[in-house]
Design a binder for this molecule. Structure first.
Ligand SMILES: Nc1ncnc2c1ncn2[C@@H]1O[C@H](COP(=O)(O)OP(=O)(O)OP(=O)(O)O)[C@@H](O)[C@H]1O
Ligand SMILES: [Zn+2]
Length: 495
């Protein structure tokens, strides 16, 4: 397989006579093949992209008119709501111009791979009948100085000519990563050209830029600041309901046997992305064809899920279920302690992995507070301990899941002792000159503060065991909870 793909890539690059396709189509095919290689973890060593593109940079940027609309994007309602305004602007620019309103030029989708970022961008184009320029950052990365910049210029010229248009740049970090001291001349020129083009948008252009990245933190600030890509929209992995919706979309034209229960499949696929689910739907159809039957059955789906999950992290779904249970109790613990101590209100509780975190509790940010009392800090630590305490109470174990919480707690306790004079060592700050002499005493203080906090958290949680079970079961089933849902569950549990 590896050899075959490498050969295809080389012939696409070297032999333009055999495969008569233009530069952008070749790029799209190459991206598809590269995606396959990435998914199957095949190294791309034998393939020299700059060689392939070097001789074809005179060709025009190509575009399509997608038929995709918001209906094809399952779930993601909050995101779609946010995008309705952009759609309206493209459809009725005069309405906004009359008001002197500036609509964002650039939108940045960020989040894990396969969550529908490209699909959403295409659906904005579909909703507005705009020309869709579908590119990836790596297409502009060149060995020869000036080539990438020229390609950016050509792209924008064409987009303005075809307006209304959407320029989509996937993996924008390939050109937009932070500039370092040891600068890469070609890359900088390409990024600069992109910035110049964005600044040069005039009000009548009706061209919207959409960038996508898995790593927002890598992007150069010049790109993300107001007036450039200034709307950042997080697109995460789907929750149970959305997974169900996505499965419906991807099986709507497939002959399913009555025994197939999409809700059940959605439950089994916690942590997977939309792309994985689309893959599972397709794979199960292929397995059914291989078996020579006319309908897709439950065991075809089971096989497809097994294959995709096993290919992912060699985790079996039983382990995933067990982890899900632990994370549900952990996050419920955080939320209940926060609620009991009346700290910042909870916005959302979720057990859908996000970055390194297996789950999270989103609290409303502090309102510009600069001063915290000792009690505030202790409450903060207790909320952070809530996860570990819940795990300990229910499973009688300590897991690695509380690492991040412990880091934060240790930091607060250390500051209380060494910076704020909030320990029995007295009203003093202890700077690094003194730390060496007093290290044992400091450690004993930190330990005592943390231990007391933890014990009190456990006691507080013990008084809410019923709520803990209810909230964590709800989380386990639904995978995320809003503030209102949390409040109403607690209220019901108490009546
Ligand atoms: N919300 C969704 N509704 C329907 N299909 C989805 C959804 N999310 C993902 N998919 C399916 O997954 C495929 C891949 O999604 P897409 O390419 O848009 O992801 P992406 O976020 O751009 O990924 P990457 O970061 O890898 O470029 C889509 O073509 C679609 O089939
Ligand atoms: Zn935690």
């Amino acid at each position: 397989m590896e050899k075959l793909l490498t050969n295809i890539l080389s012939s696409l690059g070297k032999n333009k006579n055999i495969i008569k396709i233009n530069h952008f189509k070749r790029c799209i095919i190459m991206k598809m093949i590269k995606d396959i290689m990435k998914r199957f973890k095949i190294p791309v060593f034998a393939f020299n992209q700059s060689k392939i593109e070097k001789d074809s940079n005179n060709e025009d940027a190509s575009f399509s008119k997608p038929k995709t609309t918001f209906k094809d994007v399952a779930g993601l309602d909050e995101v779609k709501e946010e995008l309705v305004e952009i759609v309206d602007f493209i459809k009725n620019p005069d309405k906004y111009k009359k008001m002197g309103a500036q609509v964002p030029k650039g939108i940045l989708f960020y989040g894990p791979p396969g969550t529908g970022k490209t699909l959403l961008a295409a659906s904005i184009a579909g909703e507005t009948n705009s020309a869709f320029f579908n590119t990836t950052g790596s297409e502009f990365v060149e060995k020869y100085v000036g080539v990438g910049a020229k390609r950016v210029r050509t792209l924008f010229e064409k987009a303005r000519k075809e307006a209304p248009s959407i320029i989509f740049i996937d993996e924008i970090d390939a050109i937009g990563a932070k500039r370092h001291l040891e600068s890469n001349n070609e890359k900088d020129q390409t990024l600069n050209q992109l910035l110049v083009e964005m600044d040069g948008f005039n009000k009548d252009n009706n061209v919207i830029m959409i960038g996508a990245t898995n790593r927002l933190d890598l992007l150069d600030e010049a790109l993300t600041r107001p007036g450039r890509f200034d709307r950042h929209i997080y697109i995460g992995n789907p929750n149970y309901f959305t997974r169900h919706e996505i499965l419906k979309v991807h099986t709507k034209d497939k002959p399913l046997c009555d025994e197939v229960n999409l809700e059940e499949i959605a439950k089994k696929t916690h942590g997977l992305s939309g792309a994985h689910l689309a893959n599972i739907a397709n794979e199960s159809a292929i397995i059914a064809v291989r078996e020579g039957v006319s309908q897709i059955k439950k065991h075809h789906f089971d096989k497809a899920i097994e294959r995709i999950v096993a290919g992912l992290e060699s985790k079996n779904s039983k382990l995933i279920e067990k982890e899900k249970k632990i994370v549900s109790y952990h996050e419920a613990g955080h939320a209940l302690i926060s609620n009991a101590l009346n700290t910042n209100p909870i916005q959302k509780i979720s057990i859908i992995p996000r970055g390194q975190a297996l789950g999270y509790v989103l609290q409303l940010p502090d309102e510009d507070r600069y001063i915290y009392t000792k009690e505030d800090l202790i409450n903060k630590m207790k909320v952070l301990f809530g996860g570990k305490a819940a795990e300990n109470l229910i499973f009688n174990h300590t897991s690695t899941g509380a690492k991040d919480d412990l880091n934060k707690i240790t930091q607060i306790a250390t500051q209380m002792v060494c910076e704020y004079g909030m320990s029995s060592l007295g009203n003093m700050t202890i700077d690094s000159n003194f730390k060496g002499f007093m290290i044992d005493k400091i450690q004993a203080e930190i330990n005592s503060i943390m231990n007391q906090c933890y014990e009190e958290t456990v006691e507080l949680l013990k008084s809410q065991m019923e709520e803990l079970h209810i909230v964590s079961n709800y989380l386990y089933e639904n995978e995320s909870l809003t503030h209102d849902e949390f409040k109403s569950i607690i209220k019901r549990a108490l009546t």
